[in-house]
Design a protein around this ligand. Structure first.
Ligand SMILES: Nc1ncnc2c1ncn2[C@@H]1O[C@H](COP(=O)(O)OP(=O)(O)O)[C@@H](O)[C@H]1O
Ligand SMILES: [Mg+2]
Length: 377
């Protein structure tokens, strides 16, 4: 049975030198300084380049030559990412990464660098050579710095036909892992990857019409799947209001979803007062409905993942039941996991600083959803 052969995909995807600079607070600051001085010295091995796949346009793929770091003996390029965005989003994303790590996903650690940091400001000046609109934000917005994983995002992987030669068990593992990620996304209401929430009366989780293929990274070794990394993990869809207009190149999916189908599923749950509820209640209700939704809904949900991996040469992915089993088993496995040790999750939530009013709602949402899980599973 394939499910029993599931192996962990949580290789952290980092070289030792990368780990060294991201393993604790402050070490990454020497990378920041190193990148700045290497760029200043016009070191050809130093790069800061805007990613083509981002939504905000403020995500930069960087390479720090280790030779620009004081006391570093190993000579290697150190791949990193700098992402400028408003403080709320930086914090929300930091929490998201930590929360995924808590469930043993290999999300890259994110480190906050204050808007006042002179090296970050200087780097923003370099960055604004590519993105002019950043110039006026220098000194105003902070950034997060993280290790750059040597991997493909889902869009690249599809384009490079990485799935074509994947074994059946790797396909299963991948879909299973996507399911686990979707479950955490549901729990924290992140609608920027696999799932979305309808805005109106029907409080349900839906498969995203166009999956954000920029927010999952995969690494391969020859034709084998090595790791899956959820990135850009932003809890609480409502906080997206503070996000600049997204221009992520979403992969259009012609869903198997029929308008009528989900109207039927939702019928019993629609309520006129929904619009007046605050969003914490709303998303908790969405989550509750998923946990109690009938089997066909969950099946329908899983089908969308066939399209994304559409590959005529790939017989097993043509098999809807295979995809459903893999994806849904991932969702349910993760939901059960989250329900196993609620005290540990509460502990993890409490370790994070939610005192900032703009993100404190995330905490209430998680606690509410945890309660729902305890009642429902
Ligand atoms: N830690 C990382 N390692 C490797 N690539 C990354 C990393 N972070 C971002 N990227 C690349 O940059 C793209 C955009 O990053 P993302 O964090 O999703 O930004 P945005 O919030 O703008 O969508 C990703 O799709 C990926 O290709
Ligand atoms: Mg993204």
């Amino acid at each position: 049975m394939i499910a029993s052969s599931l192996i962990s995909l949580n290789d952290n995807g980092l070289t030792s030198i990368q780990e060294k600079y991201f393993s604790s607070e402050d070490k990454h600051r020497s990378l920041l300084l190193g990148l700045f001085s290497a760029l200043k010295d016009k070191d050809p091995n130093a790069t800061i380049k805007r990613t083509e796949d981002g939504g905000t346009g403020f995500t930069f793929i960087c390479t720090v030559p280790s030779t620009a770091i004081e006391d570093e003996k190993e000579i290697k390029p150190i791949p990193t990412v700098l992402k400028w965005q408003n403080e709320t989003l930086c914090k929300v994303e930091q929490f998201g990464a930590r929360f995924f790590q808590f469930f043993n996903f290999s999300s890259p650690a994110t480190h906050l660098i204050e808007a006042e940091n002179p090296h970050a400001q200087a780097l923003m000046r370099y960055a604004s050579q590519e993105v002019a609109s950043m110039e006026s934000r220098i000194g105003e917005i902070p950034c997060i710095m993280m290790p750059r994983l040597l991997s493909n995002n889902l869009k690249d992987a599809i384009q490079k036909k990485k799935f074509q030669n994947l074994s059946e068990s790797d396909q299963f593992k991948m879909l299973h892992e996507f399911g686990r990620i979707a479950a955490v996304d549901m729990f924290m209401s992140n609608d920027d990857r696999f799932i979305q929430f309808p805005e109106y009366e029907n409080p349900h989780i839906l498969p995203k019409g166009a999956i954000n293929t920029g927010n999952v990274l995969l690494s391969f070794e020859d034709t084998k799947l090595k790791s899956i990394f959820p990135i850009d993990n932003c809890p609480a869809a409502a906080l997206q209001k503070s996000r600049p207009e997204s221009s992520d190149e979403d992969l259009p999916l012609d869903l198997f979803w029929e308008e009528n189908d989900w109207e039927n599923v939702d019928e019993s749950n629609s309520s006129e007062e929904e619009e007046e509820k605050n969003w914490v209640d709303f998303y908790s209700q969405v989550f509750e409905n998923f946990c109690t939704s009938p089997e066909p809904f969950a099946q329908q949900f899983a089908q969308t993942f066939i399209e994304i991996l559409e590959d005529p040469d790939n017989s097993s992915l043509d098999d809807i039941s295979f995809v459903k089993e893999a994806f849904l088993s991932g969702i349910f496995e993760q939901l059960k996991k989250m329900n196993q040790n609620p005290e540990d999750i509460i502990g993890e939530i409490n370790r994070f600083d939610f005192s900032d009013e703009s993100i404190s709602l995330v905490k209430s949402l998680l606690l509410k959803n945890l309660n729902i899980l305890e009642k429902r599973l």
